[in-house]
Design a protein around this ligand. Structure first.
Ligand code: GLA
Ligand code: ZN
Length: 678
């Protein structure tokens, strides 16, 4: 749980690294930050070397002073454990902590996020540091949350990892025969006779020299290795979390996630956190829906509970090819967007720009000039003022949605690692094909996992459900049977949880529900198109074209391929199944197709958009038993129109807002609080 009992107003602040600065500068930083309405500091993110200068020496004196300073200035503290980068002496004395990369090269000291997740040194010293920190700061009421390490991720192929992989496999499969079956090692005579014969799938073994996104020849092994690495890092997280909770049982622990990040199965990770937090760094040129999608994903991994926005830049990043400034008003707009999708905080990286090395030109609240006389500081301060008024009005409100998109890490890993059918396929893009029009249509969307409960939704969409995990097909059948609407696409139902093909005809376990058989799948090169007509409008069929036979499903009006030898075969099918409908979309198409198709699906599913208005105006809701908040966000530079769906109070100005047409200024936001008190 987000520690609401300690928070009077929304956490506003972020990473502050005073250890990079002379102590006499701290006081002035604090004055500036406090004056900007900053109330929360994430401290101690990268201070391991300072706190633990050698094996048994721990020195908290400087951190004590930083904590005292923050407390004097009424700050809440998010206390990081500092284990995101090892000290140099540790790497030198205990090289087991250094990773081995996929090429098989042993890394040397340098960089960050670089500890081997199975290194005995790391697994000893990291939780020990967490425990020492907990002992040192257990009585500090100012600490609202514990931030474990920083942005876990990356890979390691060292011998310790290889050994741990064998242990992990024993736990999962018990016998070597089960491993051989799960990995289909009869292929290319890879049969293992003994656990010790199993090696990590690196460039020295299974990777390289074969097509496919991840350049692996054995997707089965690579898939398990990805799961294993995610689990290994999660284990390291757990050790730190447990070390803290042993000392402070009520500690609220989290780690900052990275949204649509391929390295870790966040649906699994979130179960180990007290609440989800994440770092939002959109790429230049992303649409507002692309920026919204990871917020919904992060809310989803946490079981649709509110999350904390742990980092975003107040102005500019410095690690992208072109680091555009956030234009005036964009920081505020995107902060509200995070809130609109479930965030209960607005936090930045970082409070003060460093003077050296790779982040010296990354945006910060306090710039190198060192004063409050900057555009960025002024925007932060004025937004701080505004958030104070919002206070806890937003807290703990949940998003209600009748539409769910299924997003699954194993599906992501296995479908992108697949050798064939096309290099143009990306899982994230497939999710966005459906997510983007839904956003524009002003529909709340939950992003859920295969393991989640479908029964509360009217419409469940599973773009490229390549992998179908055990029991999921039956649960989808029940969902549709009971009246739900289900949609999936090409390249679905192909494999089981081991990435082994489900024989007996694609889409495998989904065949009966969809009432179709996919005999073949054609990959069209970039630019090539087939066509089909949907509701009288001609659309392209692109990228992948499935050759579908009807087995009970109906081909939707006109929706058949127009060219090539599979001319006339269906592109969009619908199967009546019990009280509901199951749809199949056999090829990728253009935006207007997805919009028209989704409009029909929403009607079919008996659900409607929240309201209507210009496409640039994003609308979401969050609610509890007493009030529903309506967020209207204008992502355009100029004025746009939206229809206000429910009357209430403008949460920012206090003004009464009535139902009906309204314009919203460019980059502006309207939050209407609708009372549900009866
Ligand atoms: C990540 C890290 C931060 C910082 C920012 C810069 O989110 O957690 O330490 O490097 O990126 O964008
Ligand atoms: Zn390792």
């Amino acid at each position: 749980m987000i520690p609401y009992e300690k928070l009077q107003s929304m956490p506003y602040g972020g990473d502050y690294n005073p250890e990079q600065w002379p102590e006499e500068t701290w006081e002035k930083d604090m004055e500036l930050l406090e004056a900007a309405g900053i109330n929360t500091l994430t401290l101690n993110v990268f201070s391991w070397a300072a706190i633990q200068p050698s094996e048994d020496v721990y020195d908290f004196s400087r951190l004590d002073r930083i904590v005292a300073l923050a407390e004097r200035h009424h700050m809440h503290i998010v206390m990081a454990t500092s284990t995101g980068a090892m000290p140099a002496w540790m790497a030198h004395r205990h090289p087991d902590i250094l990773r081995v990369d996929r090429e098989g090269r042993k890394r040397r000291f340098g960089g960050r996020h670089n500890c081997c997740p199975n290194s005995p040194t790391y697994l000893t010293y990291a939780p020990r540091l967490a425990e020492k920190l907990a002992l040192q700061y257990r009585d500090h009421e100012s600490i609202v949350a514990w931030h474990i390490s920083n942005e876990f991720g990356g890979e390691c192929y060292c011998e310790n990892c290889e050994k741990a992989f064998r242990t992990w496999l024993k736990g999962k499969y018990q016998t070597i025969a089960n491993v051989n079956a799960a990995w289909d090692t009869a292929f290319w005579g890879h049969t293992f006779y003994d656990w010790d014969e199993i090696v990590a799938p690196s460039m020295l073994s299974e990777c390289g020299s074969w097509g496919g996104r991840d350049h692996t020849m054995f997707q089965t092994i690579t898939l398990d290795y990805k799961r294993f690495l995610s689990d290994s890092m999660l284990h390291a997280y757990d050790l730190e979390r447990d070390a803290i909770k042993k000392i402070i049982p009520g500690a609220q622990c989290t780690t900052n996630m990275m949204g649509v990040f391929p390295g870790l199965d966040y649906q699994k990770w979130a179960q180990h956190e007290d609440f989800v937090s994440w770092d939002n760094y959109p790429s230049p040129g992303q649409t507002y829906a692309e920026i919204a999608m990871p917020h919904d994903l992060m809310r989803g991994v946490g079981g649709q509970k509110p999350f904390l926005l742990m980092e975003q830049t107040p102005s500019v990043t410095n690690w992208q090819p072109y680091n555009a400034l956030k234009r005036p008003g964009i920081m505020r707009l995107w902060s509200y967007q995070a809130i609109a999708h479930g965030s209960d905080s607005v936090m930045f990286f970082q409070m003060k720009r460093s003077i050296g090395n790779c982040e010296k030109y990354h945006g910060a609240v306090i710039d190198h000039v060192g004063t409050g006389e900057t555009r960025v500081y002024r925007e932060v301060a004025s937004f701080g003022e505004e958030l104070k008024k919002l206070g806890p009005a937003v807290f703990a409100k949940e998003t209600k949605s009748s539409v769910a998109l299924i997003f699954d890490w194993d599906t992501w890993w296995s479908s992108e690692a697949s050798a064939g059918p096309t290099q143009d396929y990306w899982y994230r893009t497939e999710i966005l094909r459906f997510y983007e029009p839904l956003r524009q249509m002003k529909v709340n969307v939950d992003i859920i996992g295969q393991q989640d409960d479908f029964s509360g939704y009217r419409l469940v969409i599973a773009p490229v459900m390549y992998m179908v995990k055990p029991g999921v097909a039956a649960r989808l059948e029940q969902f549709v049977q009971a009246g739900g609407t289900f949609v999936t696409t090409y390249f679905s139902g192909f494999v089981n949880e081991h990435d082994l093909v489900t024989v007996g005809g694609y889409p495998g376990e989904l065949r009966q529900l969809l009432g179709i058989w996919v005999e073949e799948e054609d990959a069209l090169p970039e630019g090539a198109e087939n066509h089909f007509t949907y509701h009288g409008v001609r659309h392209p069929a692109q990228m992948l074209c499935d050759l579908v036979h009807l087995e009970g499903a109906a081909q939707l009006d006109g929706a058949g391929y127009e060219e090539d030898f599979y001319r006339g075969m269906p592109v969009v099918t619908r199967n009546a199944f019990g009280g509901g409908q199951a749809y199949y979309v056999a090829a990728a198409s253009d935006e207007s197709f997805y919009r028209d198709f989704l409009t029909d699906l929403l009607a079919e599913a008996g659900t409607a958009p929240l309201t209507e208005g210009d496409a640039d105006v994003e609308v979401t809701t969050r609610e509890d038993a007493r009030a529903r908040l309506w967020f209207y966000l204008n992502h355009a530079d100029g004025e746009k129109r939206v229809s206000i769906a429910a009357a209430g109070r403008d949460l920012i100005t206090g003004e009464a807002i009535s139902v009906g047409e309204r314009t919203i200024a460019g980059r502006d936001v309207l939050i209407v609080e609708e009372s549900l008190d009866r």
